[in-house]
Design a protein. Structure first.
Length: 475
């Protein structure tokens, strides 16, 4: 009897120790948290599914391995603030999470890998879901090739390593969310960098302005190219700040008065010849550079740390920003800023293999490099636009829309102000809707893209057209 007890205790200790050494976590703190969860004695009911041979959620004495994965999943949900609407949805997410967990363990156990993958914020997404939500480069669009690259440019002696973050030329990592506008984030990042280098001021710029207003060739959340973003900012004579024209994770109508606020300007842009890694290095030594890559691999989705070396194709579908370079243990790498938030990679950054021996570079990083050009100071601030005239004696602030709240015999006797540009005033005289959600549904209190069943459409909360507005919210 005593021998049996000793044997059981030995196996329990071995099981616990093996999981403490399991290299699947993006964060050592999370790893310690998961290890502690194994000893909390938590229990779960069994969720039966007639289509499954075994239950999804197991009691500890039935499936120790599955119970451990469930503990990890629950802790991951708390860490990332993840909640699910139904039990069925949570079950499905747990299945996806478990499958990604298997992939993570298998990858990190390989002795020849220079990078690790882990449980980042995308660990409950299938590979297919991830590609739909997070990519957005459109290399199929005919690339506008600038003609100002000079092949006879004198090469400079570049330092062995460089990080533009250390020089204050890189803004905080941003998050594009489910909008496929990576191209806009790469473009603004490059403009932010050259503006800091030339003027000494680091200013976070508006991706939303480019998404809303640069529509001749680019397609907002449907994808685009950095070249056309640079071209648009040049033609527009500048770009507004992130603070004044904030990101909304959806393409809307161009707010013209904000697009006319030229806080930061550029002179033009330069396309570096494709597959010329030495020229990219020369450019990065002078400023951050926009590049296209293939970011759709599963290992890219779950990347955690180290020098990413693939495998990946050269089918460009994502845009990022090179903000420096370096070497570790004789292996060269690029420092890459992504737009997926700080929970991905190394606080939102990645090291990608440099000097791989392939002219196209790892994931095609050498194929589509470009950067904005700037030589002088920004223009002085434009005078604020004047108020909007509603009637002879009534005005609304700039960027607002006048809405009639009381009409008599066809004459408006009372006005209110909607804090949206070119808004649609609802007939109830109390609310207004954005131009791209023009249908006022007075019964539900939402603005719709079209008439019909509002539950089947993207709707936005209507705004009161007087005083104390709350931001409209997506439903």
């Amino acid at each position: 009897m005593m021998c049996s007890i000793c044997t059981i205790l030995f196996f329990l200790a071995f099981f616990s120790l093996s999981h403490q050494q399991d290299p699947i976590f993006s964060d050592p703190q999370l790893q310690n948290q998961e290890t502690q969860l194994l000893h909390h004695g938590r229990t779960y009911g069994i969720v039966e599914d007639q289509n499954q041979e075994t239950p999804l959620l197991y009691l500890p004495n039935q499936r120790d391995q599955s119970q451990n994965e469930l503990d990890i999943f629950e802790s991951w949900c708390r860490r990332h603030g993840r909640t699910y609407g139904t039990v069925e949805e949570k079950e499905q997410r747990f299945r996806v999470f478990s499958d990604n967990l298997v992939f993570i363990r298998e990858h990190n156990q390989r002795a020849n890998s220079n990078y690790t993958v882990g449980l980042n914020a995308f660990a409950d997404l299938t590979h297919h879901e991830f590609k739909i939500k997070r990519l957005g480069l459109c290399p199929s669009i005919l690339r506008f090739s600038s003609s100002n690259f000079r092949s006879d440019q004198k090469k400079i002696d570049v330092p062995s390593s460089l990080d533009w973050r250390d020089k204050g030329a890189v803004t905080n990592v941003k998050d594009q969310g489910s909008c496929g506008a990576c191209w806009a984030f790469s473009a603004t990042g490059a403009i932010e960098g050259i503006n800091k280098i030339v003027t000494g001021s680091l200013i976070s710029l508006s991706e939303q302005e480019i998404i809303d207003c640069d529509t001749t060739y680019n397609s907002g959340c449907g994808g685009g190219l950095m070249d056309y973003a640079f071209k648009w900012v040049t033609k527009n004579h500048g770009i507004d700040t992130e603070k004044d024209y904030p990101y909304r994770e959806v393409q809307g109508s161009c707010i013209k008065d904000k697009a006319e606020r030229h806080v930061v300007t550029i002179d033009g842009h330069t396309d570096i010849p494709s597959n010329s890694e030495d020229l990219i290095l020369q450019a990065v030594a002078k400023q951050p550079v926009s590049v296209g890559i293939c970011g759709s691999e599963r290992s890219f989705q779950l990347y955690s740390s180290g020098i990413f070396s693939g495998p990946c194709s050269t089918s460009l579908d994502h845009a990022v920003l090179i903000v420096g370079y370096g070497s570790k243990n004789g292996v060269d790498y690029w420092i890459v800023k992504n737009s997926w938030g700080t929970s991905w990679g190394m606080d939102g950054y990645m090291h990608m293999l440099r000097n791989s021996g392939d002219s196209q570079g790892v994931c095609g990083i050498n194929m589509m490099p470009s950067y904005p050009t700037k030589s002088g100071a920004n223009p002085p601030p434009s005078p604020p636009p004047g108020p909007v005239k509603c009637s002879l004696l009534t005005y609304c602030p700039s960027g607002n829309t006048c809405c009639c709240t009381w009409r008599f015999l066809g004459i408006c006797l009372s006005w209110s102000c909607c804090d949206l540009d070119n808004a649609v005033c609802c007939k109830d005289g109390q609310y207004c809707c954005p131009q791209d959600y023009p249908v006022c549904n007075t019964a539900t209190g939402y603005c719709l893209k079209g008439s019909g069943n509002w539950t089947e459409m993207d709707g936005l909360k209507r705004r009161q057209s007087f005083g104390g507005f709350r931001p409209w919210e997506a439903i």
